[in-house]
Each structure stands twice: as structure tokens, then as C-alpha cells.
Design a protein around this ligand. Structure first.
Ligand SMILES: Cc1ncc(C[n+]2csc(CCOP(=O)(O)OP(=O)(O)O)c2C)c(N)n1
Ligand SMILES: [Mg+2]
Length: 810
């Protein structure tokens, strides 16, 4: 092999490389690969013996990852999947300690910085947000966006990570953000399994990156299987790079550079990655490296054995083409090392990995043993003075007999002891209660914290600024209020960008961004293809790299096409890294009061149930919406803002401080004071509820109308619950399905805010019908809550409490 084939990760230039240096590099590579293999083998055993729950490993994929690591530089990014441990070790973004800590679900960011024990094993992430919420210097580090388990689900994020480099290179106004980019010279590396290229997200990303021409390098690890399903049933022609040939760029066209290389050929892999990444980095051309003939020495995961579905011939072929075996053979044949030297290196590596595995296991076991002993001691003390001594001692015995005990066993034992002694309060029992409370605090941090970043930069901590008007402030179209708000924010903060379908040239279909592309350029306000999932991914990647994106989904109903990215990736990011990563993406869309099955516009139940981890804003008009954008653009947490589609042309007064004033998240507002019934609604239905106020007054009924303004967070100050203390009656008006967003609101008000205790009559929800509304105004009237429905619903609650005063209407 020519020496120049090996990139030296910048330590030496190829010209300087002596054969000895070259040997050292290759031997070091092999050692990393071999240690990684040992980690896979030991990891699987740890699962089979019950110390870990589940194992999925990168065996059979080692050599390609060694080659990929050579061209991965500081400032670069990875968005990949669960096979990449060798790459993570070779780049130094992870190590064996962290590998085992995650396998054992070690709930500690020092031990498992990727997820603090929250993610299954081999789900990688580097931490780029510190404990105070500050960004670390991404240009100075190698960066790994946090993996998710859904295969192919990371591809949209990869697009955004790559797109950030394009903006950093082309938009000179961003040079001040040099903590995030080295002048746009970074590459975003993606990895994906052959089977997962069947996912729509893969193809959507592929096309978008080809259009955008971003420095994105996708490696397809092709082991010819996706669990048991062979390539024949996955991929046309059984060959992903073959069928993607139309993406290959040609003179005068955009497109990709596509490479195909065998996963056991170290030399060819090193050459291929060097060539591929050079063009990707320099020219901002996306590349696809199809790595074929990979294997799975231990099968797919610990869930089953591949002997069930692979033929004897295939298994024999895999044995022979094991990438490390092939690399070893080549090293010996090329005089890089002798067989004896290899044997010795392997024996040392084996021992080394074993030692680390034991060390990590022991550390975790000792922590738990300490807590277990403490709990046992406290329960034993309680037993001494208790009439339930035998039962309590049995709890201790059971606890001590646990094989590989966990924190759940410790806490469960204490809770059981407290149940046993519930009727015998003693001071010792109080000690136990106190100890449990302090353990609960720790366990909450370990297992339940950081759904949101919740740092000093949280949008909930953005200082309040009241809206101001000039005496002669004009009434203008609602969309112009928004437009002025965006204009002021784009002027203030150069890192804000907005993109989506029809967002650029025409300034969105309702003209909120009108004229702004002409003013700020097409790098900041940008049209995209019809590709909702990757619009969100594009925004997520940008937001992770220090930009302030507003990703627009044209209408709320189309949000479904991006819900996997919003739910799996964006909403879980803070939680799954325990605050180690953030993506303050603002998703802008419009909905409500629409007509037509795919334009019905209010699936809030779906949103609330799938996107915990995003703030959900439902402004009733554009003034409120603008105030929310002013908050969100100054905070660092992701949010969805749903504007009222039927509000863009309604007249609103232009605030004097349109880019400054805030509408705080979670602050409900009473829009009409009343005494008889509390009516909670949001978005466009509020206008109808307010119309109903007058009609109801004629009927002698006074309603208190509350707009929560944001559904997450929901009414932090208990405005709704307090209102019920006065009215004792509750109606929720919602144009979502029965039992959807209205059920969420009920839970919040009745349970969290204890509104139940104020009620005189059963609470009521008035919602749309269970089907989607048909097209046409009549269809809307008979499907969504109308003025008449609202009046009658309120009236029937009054009728229920006082039928004499309020006889039934019909
Ligand atoms: C969206 C989604 N569908 C299904 C699964 C279940 N699943 C996990 S791994 C896997 C096979 C993936 O095969 P491939 O992409 O070829 O990667 P490999 O494991 O072979 O490296 C499947 C179906 C999943 N995790 N996510
Ligand atoms: Mg596969």
C-alpha cells in the first residue's frame, strides 16, 4: 500500500511520514478497532448475564469508521446511529468508560456525558451546553449531535447541521459567531444503515441537500440486512448507490459525489474518505459513501441471534470478511506487524477493555450498595421499635438478596416499609420518610430533569416588557404587525433566519415576511421545497449551531409530515442529553377555524401529546403572537407558534415597541370578567366566545373568559383555578376533537390547579366533532363549535344549576 494513502489526522504531512510512523498509525488504528470489538463482545455478555438491559453494537463496522475518523476535524459534526462506537473512540468524542457507563444506564453526566444513563447503549452525543446554559466553543471541538433510536430519524437534523456551514461561509455578517464555525469549513457527517435508507426521511434529506449544496457526508453502513430483512426486500436493485446514480453531479449541474467501497478494505476506505471529504469540505458538495460488504459478527442486537435468518453460506462469508480479520491479514502481509506482535497487542487490548468494564460496573455498584446499606440500616432501626418487626426485617432480607440491585429496589423497599408501618408513626419512621424525600430529589434529577433546558436563558426568564402605543398608533392588518415585529428582530439579531415553503420571495402565503427577503437577503429568508420534515430538521441543525431559525410550516395540518422530527428529535433533545444539548428552534405555523378535511387546522391534542419539550403557543391575534416571538427569539428553548389563519387581515394597533414588548409564556389572561361560568378557550375560538358574551348577557348570564395563551406552559399562576372559586362552573371551548386538547386543559385545571374542589356541576367540554370538518362554511358550522353551540353549552350549565331561572331552550 502506498504510504500516502493514510491521512495522518494532521500530526504529520504525508511527505514527512516514515514507514515507522506509518506503521504506528496503522497499529494504533487496529488497536482502537480491536478494543471496540472487545467492547462489543463483552457488552453483549453483560446483557446476556443481566447486568445491562439491551445491547446493540458496532462490531463489523470498525474499519470504515477508523477511516472516517481520520478526516473528521475540529468544528465538524456527526449525526449518526448506534453502530458508530469505533468512530467515537477514534475521534476521542467518546471512550470505553463512557461506553460501559451508558450500557449500564449510569445516571451521571460525568460517567455517561451523552445521556446520563437515559439512552440505550451506543447512542452518542457530546455536550455543548454547560451547566449554566452557555454554549461551549464548537469550532474548537469535535461535535456529535445526540443520537435517537428511530432509524433514519436523524437525517433531517443532519441536513441542518450541514446547512449551518453554508450560512456561516456565505453570510459574512455571521463572522462574529466564530465559536460556532471556522468560516463554514465544517463537514456534517451522517451515518445510516442500509435498511434505514428505505425511510422517506432519508430520501427527503438526500434531495434537499442536493438542492442546497451543503457539506454533508453520508456514510451508508451496508451489511445487507435490516435485522432479519435482507437487501432484496429493502432496496431496489439491492444497491442504494446504484439507484442513487441520478444524484451524481455532472459538469454544470448540482448534485452529489457518490462513492462505493468495501467495508473490510482499510486502504481503499482511507483513500475514499480522503477524496470524498476533500471535495465536500472545499466545494460544499454533498457526498455519499456507500460502504458495502460489512458484517454483523454478533447479529443485529441482543434481542435475537442471526443464525435464525442468515444462511450457513452467508454466515461463513461474514466470518471470512470480518473487517478486522481482513485488516489484520493485510497488516501482516504488508509487514506492518508480525503475527506475534498482533497476538500480543490483542491480548493486551482484551485485558484492558475487561478492566475498564469491571471498573465502571464496580463504581456504579458501589454507589448503589451504599444507598442500599443505608436504607437497610434505617429499616432495621425502624424494625427494632416496631410491632411489625418480622415483616420489616423480611423487606431488608429481600433487598439484600437482590441480584444486581438498582435504585428502584432501594426506594421500593423503603416505600414498602412505610406502608407496613403506616398506622404506627414513630420518630424512626420520620427518619425514613426524610431519607426517602432526599433520595427522591436526587432521583428526580437523575431520571426526570431537563425536559426543558431551564437555565438563565429560558424564555420563561426573559424580562417582561409591556406593550406601548403612540397616541396616534395606526390600526393596520394583523399581518403587518407581525411583519414589523419580524423586521425589528431581523435587524436586531443577525443570526435570525427564516425559511419554509413560499417564505422567501413572496414573504409567506399570508405576507408576514413580506419585503424582508429584499431587505435582508435570501440567505436569511429562504424558500424551501415542499418537505416539512427536513424544514424542521434544517431548523434544528441550525439552532444547535448557534443560529436563530424560524422554520415555517405553511399550515398546521402539514405539521404531521414533520411530527417524527419534532417529537422524536427536537422535543426530546434536552431530556435525552440531560441538558447537554439544545436547539432553540421556533416553528411558525398557522391554523384554526379552517374548513376542509386537510385544512381543519387544530390538532392540538396530537401536538400536546407528542411534543412535550416544546413550548406550545396559541396566540389569539397577531399582537399577542408578536409578543411571543419577541420572547422566544430571546430565549433558548424550542417552541411552536400557531397563528390564527383568519386573523391576518383583522385590524390591530401597531405597537410602538413592536420588536421589544413581551407576551410571557404561561401567563393566562382574563378577557372578560364574569361571575357565573368560567369559559376557557384559545386561538380563533376566543373571538366567538367573546361574541357569545353579549348574547349571554341578554340571557342574564355573566361569563368569565380566559385565554391561557400558551398551552405549554399552561397558566402558571392558576388564573383558571382561581376563577372557578368565583364561578364554580367550567366550560372549555376547543375546536380540536372530543377528549383531545380539552382533556389536557381539564387535567391541568381540575387536577393540577385543584379546580375540582370549586365545582358545583360537572365540567363540560365543547369541542369539534370526532371527524375532521368537511369543506364549506356549512360543514364548518356543523362540525366545529359555533356561536350557537357556545351559547347553548353555557346556558345548559346554568339550566343544570337553576332550571327555574334558566328553563331549557328546547
Ligand atoms: C423508525 C424505526 N423503525 C424501526 C425500528 C426498529 N429497528 C431498529 S434497528 C432496525 C434495522 C436497521 O437496519 P439497518 O438500517 O440496515 O441498520 P443495521 O442495524 O443493519 O446497521 C430496525 C427495523 C426503529 N428503531 N426505528
Ligand atoms: Mg443493515
Amino acid at each position: 500500500m502506498p504510504e500516502s494513502a493514510i491521512n495522518t489526522t494532521g500530526q504529520l504531512t504525508t511527505a514527512e511520514l516514515s514507514f515507522d510512523d506509518f506503521k504506528k498509525i496503522v497499529i494504533n488504528d487496529y488497536r482502537i478497532g480491536y478494543e471496540s470489538r472487545q467492547a462489543s463482545l463483552i457488552g453483549r455478555r453483560e446483557v446476556l448475564t443481566g447486568k445491562a438491559k439491551f445491547g446493540i453494537f458496532g462490531d463489523g463496522k470498525e474499519v470504515a469508521q477508523l477511516a472516517m475518523a481520520k478526516v473528521f476535524k475540529k468544528g465538524d459534526w456527526r449525526a449518526g446511529y448506534y453502530r458508530d462506537q469505533t468512530f467515537m473512540f477514534a475521534t476521542g468524542m467518546s471512550n470505553l468508560h463512557e461506553f460501559f457507563a451508558q450500557l449500564y444506564a449510569y445516571p451521571d453526566i460525568e460517567k455517561d456525558p451523552a445521556s446520563a444513563g437515559r439512552q440505550m447503549n451506543c447512542h452518542y452525543a457530546t455536550r455543548f451546553v454547560d451547566a449554566d446554559g452557555n454554549w461551549t466553543n464548537q469550532a474548537e471541538s469535535m461535535n456529535c449531535s445526540a443520537d435517537i433510536s428511530t432509524t433514519g430519524g436523524h437525517m433531517p437534523r443532519l441536513l441542518g447541521l450541514a446547512y449551518a456551514s453554508k450560512l456561516y461561509r456565505q453570510n459574512k455578517q455571521l463572522e462574529y459567531l466564530n465559536n460556532f464555525s471556522v468560516k463554514g469549513n465544517e463537514v456534517a457527517f451522517g451515518t445510516i444503515g442500509n435498511g434505514s435508507t428505505s425511510e422517506g426521511l432519508f430520501f427527503e434529506t438526500l434531495n434537499a441537500a442536493g438542492v442546497l449544496q451543503v457539506p454533508m457526508a453520508i456514510s451508508v453502513w451496508d451489511d445487507a440486512y435490516a435485522i432479519s430483512v435482507p437487501a432484496r426486500l429493502q432496496t431496489t436493485k439491492e444497491d442504494i448507490s446504484e439507484i442513487l446514480k441520478g444524484f451524481q453531479r455532472a459538469p454544470g449541474t448540482n448534485g452529489y459525489e457518490i462513492f462505493k467501497v468495501k467495508g473490510w478494505d482499510y486502504v481503499a476506505l482511507c483513500e475514499t474518505y480522503e477524496r470524498a471529504i476533500a471535495v465536500c469540505r472545499a466545494e460544499h458538495v454533498p457526498v455519499l459513501i456507500h460502504v458495502i460488504e460489512m458484517t454483523q459478527p454478533q447479529g443485529h442486537s441482543t434481542s435475537g441471534s442471526h443464525e435464525r435468518y442468515k444462511s450457513k453460506e452467508r454466515l461463513a462469508w461474514e466470518d471470512e470478511h470480518d473487517c478486522l480479520l481482513q485488516m489484520r491479514k493485510w497488516m501482516i502481509a504488508s509487514a506492518v506487524a508480525t503475527e506475534a506482535e498482533m497476538d500480543e497487542m490483542e491480548a493486551t487490548a482484551k485485558k484492558y477493555v475487561r478492566e475498564i468494564q469491571r471498573q465502571v460496573w464496580n463504581e456504579l455498584s458501589e454507589e448503589i450498595a451504599y444507598e442500599l446499606n443505608e436504607a437497610s440500616r434505617l429499616i432495621e432501626q425502624l424494625a427494632r421499635e416496631s410491632q411489625f418487626q418480622d415483616e420489616l426485617l423480611e423487606v431488608v432480607t429481600e433487598l439484600k438478596e437482590c441480584i444486581d440491585p438498582g435504585r428502584k429496589d432501594v426506594v421500593a423497599a423503603i416505600r414498602k416499609a412505610l406502608r407496613i408501618t403506616v398506622k404506627q408513626p414513630t420518630s424512626q419512621r420520620d427518619v425514613l420518610i426524610g431519607w426517602l424525600a432526599s433520595e427522591n430529589v436526587k432521583n428526580e434529577i437523575r431520571f426526570n430533569s431537563k425536559l426543558f433546558g431551564d437555565t438563565q436563558y429560558s424564555p420563561l426568564r426573559v424580562p417582561n416588557v409591556s406593550v406601548r402605543y403612540y397616541e396616534d398608533s395606526k390600526y393596520i392588518d394583523g399581518r403587518e404587525v407581525l411583519n414589523a415585529c419580524f423586521d425589528a428582530n431581523f435587524e436586531r439579531d443577525k443570526s435570525i433566519v427564516a425559511f419554509g415553503e413560499d417564505v422567501g420571495a413572496i414573504g409567506d402565503v399570508n405576507q408576514g415576511f413580506a419585503g424582508l427577503q429584499a431587505k435582508y437577503g435570501d440567505l436569511r429568508l429562504t424558500d424551501t421545497g415542499i418537505r416539512e420534515a427536513t424544514i424542521i430538521g434544517q431548523g434544528m441543525g441550525l439552532a444547535m449551531r448557534g443560529l436563530r431559525p424560524i422554520a415555517e410550516i405553511q399550515y398546521l395540518d402539514y405539521l404531521l409530515y414533520s411530527i417524527n422530527v419534532l417529537s422524536d428529535d427536537l422535543a426530546s433533545l434536552s431530556y435525552r442529553t440531560r441538558g447537554g444539548q439544545k436547539a432553540p428552534l421556533i416553528v411558525r405555523t398557522r391554523g384554526h377555524r379552517l374548513e376542509g378535511i386537510w385544512h381543519s387546522g387544530s390538532p392540538l391534542g396530537l401536538i400536546l401529546n407528542s411534543m412535550r419539550g416544546l413550548h406550545i403557543c396559541v396566540p389569539r391575534d397577531m399582537t399577542q403572537a408578536a409578543g411571543m416571538y419577541n420572547v422566544l427569539l430571546r430565549g433558548d428553548e424550542p417552541a411552536l407558534v400557531i397563528e390564527c389563519l383568519n386573523g391576518y387581515r383583522l385590524k390591530e394597533r401597531l405597537p410602538a415597541n413592536v420588536g421589544e414588548y413581551t407576551v410571557p409564556l404561561g401567563k393566562a389572561e382574563i378577557l372578560n370578567q364574569g361571575t357565573d361560568i368560567t369559559v376557557i378557550s384559545y386561538g380563533s375560538t376566543l373571538r366567538i366566545v367573546l361574541e357569545a358574551v353579549k348574547e349571554l348577557e341578554k340571557l342574564g348570564i355573566s361569563i368569565e373568559v380566559i385565554d391561557p395563551q400558551t398551552l405549554y406552559p399552561f397558566d402558571i399562576d392558576n388564573v383558571c383555578g382561581n376563577s372557578l372559586k368565583k364561578t364554580s362552573k367550567l366550560l372549555i371551548v376547543d375546536e380540536d376533537l372530543p377528549g383531545a386538547a380539552s382533556a389536557y386543559i381539564l387535567q391541568r385545571v381540575l387536577e393540577d390547579q385543584k379546580g375540582y374542589y370549586s365545582l358545583d356541576v360537572q365540567p363540560k367540554t365543547l369541542t369539534a366533532k370526532a371527524h375532521r370538518p368537511p369543506y364549506g362554511s356549512d360543514g364548518g358550522y356543523f362540525s366545529k363549535p359555533s356561536l350557537d353551540d357556545i351559547i347553548e353549552a353555557v346556558y345548559s350549565l346554568m339550566n343544570e344549576t337553576d332550571p327555574h331561572k334558566y328553563p331549557a331552550i328546547f
